[in-house]
Design a binder for this molecule. Structure first.
Ligand code: 26V
Length: 808
């Protein structure tokens, strides 16, 4: 364990002087926000110093470096994480208490950088944590967005998006590295050069030159021995093309235009379904961070190993998170051929041996494509490489194969006037992986079957994982203490040691401790929910939670139907008194995703009806937690007893909240989808509830014909009634009925099989509720879930990537 403070006294001295030198006030006169700044800056400075040592050591050992390219890193607040990783949290807490200060109040001041949409971005952040802890030389390469994903407010039941000005008070962890800036060029004209041996290369004349400036954030591993870094790029004008004439004529907008056009590139994180608007800016983001990252990597490599490019793949792994960094292939080719003077074949060998790719979704609308004319005019030289990659690929495909045309239609990069980024990623790399066992199978046999037929050896599965240090140890101190008291703290670095807990699965004292820890967490969440939504939840009720992005396939609607049905039954039959339950929702809908936003309004309307109806509100409550993100997720997971993972089978790549809930001892109510399947394999069907249609059932129904209308007719009493209530005024108190949602089911024929899964879902929930009524029985299942969750630590996932893909 790396000690960053020699003693409590040492810490207190440092903290006092940090307040004075950084803020210019004594610690007593500082606000908590200023105290946060003072404390974070001490920890950040120590981290950077250790980072230097890590780098030196790695260089001496010539360790292979892994560069993780991702447009999203949803890192969350860092201070608490780093105090835990350095093993000084208690010391700091005590030191501050001696000064009359509360660590918790200071921690609460940290902004939550929302530099990601959801699971994909959080996965990248968990991977950074695990790489640092596992001692892998892992570097993140991403974008420093001026504004993160929007802040969600709920006004009159509806989602309202507000700008996420996360840099408002500065970001104490980052260091701007002006000297490491690189130039990235857009547009321009490629010009051919040839030497006397016929070797040729291109340079680009003209075009817009943009300066990419890196900001480095240290990533501290557990134990604090190794610190790697996350490098985030920001776009700035390369030359000060300030229009002084315009300025002198008073046209300030014109004078500043050059700067604002360039800065727009790193202004905002795109939401998942941004639509065609602003697409040019998105390609610019993708190229900027790829080109800037690769230029820097090549420079570092040349410094360490000289221009010995053929050994590049032995020292460097380039991982592309989804298709957003797909230009890594052609850009590396461009750098090697145009700037380093390599021949095509040599460069191509180096490129394909270095690059690997993860796919995160099977949804066709999520597979990125760009219209060729737009792409070519923005990145002419990159387009030439893509064209040549595609030509050579098709040429090799057409040799000795009868069905080559069919394969070409599935796997070509250029098709139908578009650049297909997934195909580019696969062709330019040596590995393709899915994020859960079932997801990888679907890729192999459905979405990417052409590639699988051609290069089965490229395909492999890497089931996702999560940082158990953040989502269990940091989020849930009470449960962590119960675990450590029982089995020691080896689980912090070896999550498999959680399995030792299983011997206490029938120990009444430990089970009681589990129940007490859960109750503490529920009280904390109830206070938080009251504060942010006004809804009062009883910590003695069962907490049934669904938090995740809003999307039709994740079926928050199915959960709404269950609650509405429960409500109807209670109104009809006053003697029906189910176990008191609080249904808690959270999540953002993409700004232009109307259906998802309507489901948010529906939940809030349902909450308004149920919570205000005295016939039911003593046992039934519904709450929507606004602005779901990393910070409040850490309050939510520990408090859950039931974890809702109810996506339409075959649609969820993996899911990761299912794992975070599992660690925190919630029992899953889930479909046979994504990583739910592997969770079920591990804990057994007796320790969770799986329900509903499976992938093969859905395929069969699609083939035979599925009719939502029949489902509706077959159960007019309960299911039919719930569907009717969408439009009959029952839920219309906040801005009217829900025709759009109703039509999705009854006119659009329920694409996500909500009606088909309704009955088995309600049945499974009933069974789970019986279990929750008996705390000891619930605690027994709960402890088994926690005990077997070690497999879903991202440490395990990272070790698999390291061994099978990166070879480090
Ligand atoms: C979603 C959507 C929804 C609206 C339409 C456009 C669109 C485009 C992309 C996406 C999702 C992109 C990929 C993604 O975030 N996948 C998630 O990755 C997680 C980490 O591997 C995984 O746990 C989730 O199951 C998967 O959905």
């Amino acid at each position: 364990m790396q000690r960053i403070f020699d003693s409590k006294e040492d810490f207190v001295d440092l903290f006092e002087s940090s307040c004075q030198t950084l803020i210019g006030r004594t610690y007593e006169d500082c606000t908590d926000a200023e105290r946060f700044q003072a404390l974070a800056s001490i920890v950040a400075a120590k981290s950077r110093a250790i980072g230097v040592k890590t780098n030196e050591l790695a260089q001496q050992e010539q360790k292979k470096k892994v560069y993780y390219f991702s447009l999203e890193f949803l890192i969350g607040p860092l201070l608490d994480n780093y105090l835990i990783n350095y093993g000084v949290r208690d010391l700091v807490e005590e030191g501050l208490a001696e000064l009359g200060l509360s660590l918790d109040n200071i921690l609460a001041q940290e902004q939550d950088p929302g530099l990601g949409n959801g699971g994909l971005g959080r996965l990248a952040a968990c991977f950074m944590d695990s790489m640092a802890t596992e001692g892998i030389m892992g570097y993140g390469n991403g974008m420093r967005y001026r504004y993160g994903l929007f802040h969600q407010a709920i006004v009159n039941g509806c989602q309202v998006e507000e700008t996420d000005n996360w840099l408002e008070r500065g970001f104490p962890w980052e260091v701007r590295r002006e000297q490491s800036s690189v130039i990235v060029t857009f547009g321009g004209k490629p010009v051919r050069h040839e030497d006397e041996n016929g070797h040729f290369w291109f340079t680009t004349e003209g075009g817009d030159r943009v300066k990419a400036v890196p900001y480095d954030v240290p990533v501290v591993g557990y134990g604090g021995e190794t610190v790697t870094k996350l490098r985030l790029w920001s776009a700035e004008p390369a030359e000060e093309n300030f229009d002084l004439d315009a300025f002198n004529e008073g046209d300030y907008a014109k004078a500043n235009k050059f700067r604002s056009d360039v800065e727009a590139i790193s202004t905002i994180l795109y939401p998942n379904d941004a639509g065609p608007h602003g697409r040019i800016l998105r390609i610019k983001q993708e190229y900027l961070f790829v080109s800037a990252g690769l230029q820097t990597i090549l420079r570092t490599y040349e410094r360490d190993y000289g221009p010995d490019w053929k050994h590049f793949p032995d020292h460097v792994a380039l991982h592309t998170n989804d298709t957003h960094p797909a230009m890594c292939g052609p850009e590396l080719m461009r750098l090697l051929v145009d700037e380093k003077g390599l021949e095509w074949d040599e460069a191509w060998d180096i490129t394909t041996r270095s690059i690997s790719f993860t796919n995160h979704t099977v949804m066709p609308e999520a597979l990125e494509t760009w219209p060729i004319p737009m792409f070519r005019s923005l990145l002419p030289r990159i387009y030439m490489f893509i064209d040549e990659i595609n030509r050579r690929y098709l040429e090799s495909l057409s040799q000795d194969r009868d069905n080559w045309q069919e394969l070409a239609s599935q796997t070509a990069v250029l098709w139908d006037g578009n650049v297909r980024m997934a195909n580019l990623s696969i062709i330019c790399g040596h590995s393709v992986n899915g994020v859960s066992a079932i997801h990888t199978e679907i890729l192999k046999h459905d979405v990417l079957k052409g590639f699988y037929a051609l290069t089965p050896e490229k395909f492999n599965n890497k089931t996702n994982g999560v940082s158990h240090r953040r989502f269990l140890r940091e989020a849930n101190p009470a449960l962590s203490k119960v675990i450590t008291n029982a089995v020691g703290d080896g689980w912090m670095t070896n999550a498999e040691e959680l399995s030792k807990l299983e011997q206490y699965a029938d120990d009444p004292a430990v089970l009681d401790d589990i129940v007490t820890a859960k109750h503490e967490a529920k009280k904390r969440l109830a206070e938080y929910v009251k504060q942010v939504s006004g809804v009062e939840l009883d910590p003695n009720s069962v907490f049934d939670v669904q938090v995740k992005r809003f999307h039709a396939y994740k079926r928050q609607l199915l959960n709404v139907f269950k609650i509405l049905d429960l409500y109807n039954r209670m109104i009809d039959d006053p003697s029906f008194r189910p176990m008191p339950t609080s249904f808690i929702f959270g999540g953002k809908a993409a700004q232009s995703y109307t259906f998802a936003k309507e489901v948010i309004r529906l939940i809030n309307s349902l909450a308004d009806v149920v919570n205000n109806d005295s016939r039911v509100n003593d046992v039934l409550r519904v709450a929507f937690v606004p602005n779901y993100g990393i910070s409040n997720a850490q309050i939510i997971y520990p408090a859950a007893e039931i974890s809702e993972q109810i996506s339409t089978a075959g649609m969820e790549g993996s899911g990761t909240s299912n794992m975070k809930f599992m660690m925190n001892g919630a029992i899953m109510l889930g479909t046979y989808d994504g990583a739910n399947i592997e969770i079920a394999d591990l804990v057994g069907f007796e320790n969770l509830k799986i329900f509903g249609l499976r992938v093969e059932d859905i395929e069969r129904l699609k083939a035979e014909g599925y009719w939502a209308w029949n489902e509706y007719q077959a159960d007019r009493g309960r299911l039919g009634r719930v569907v009717d209530e969408l439009v009959d005024g029952t839920l219309a108190r906040l801005n009217g009925n829900f025709e759009l949602v109703h039509d999705e089911l009854m006119v659009n024929n329920d694409q996500w099989f909500v009606l088909a899964d309704f009955k088995p879902y309600v049945q499974a929930w009933e069974e789970l509720r019986q279990i929750c009524a008996n705390p000891r029985e619930w605690a027994h299942m709960s402890i088994i879930n926690t005990a077997r969750s070690g497999h879903f630590s991202s440490d395990r996932t990272i070790r698999e990537y390291a061994e099978d893909i990166w070879h480090v």
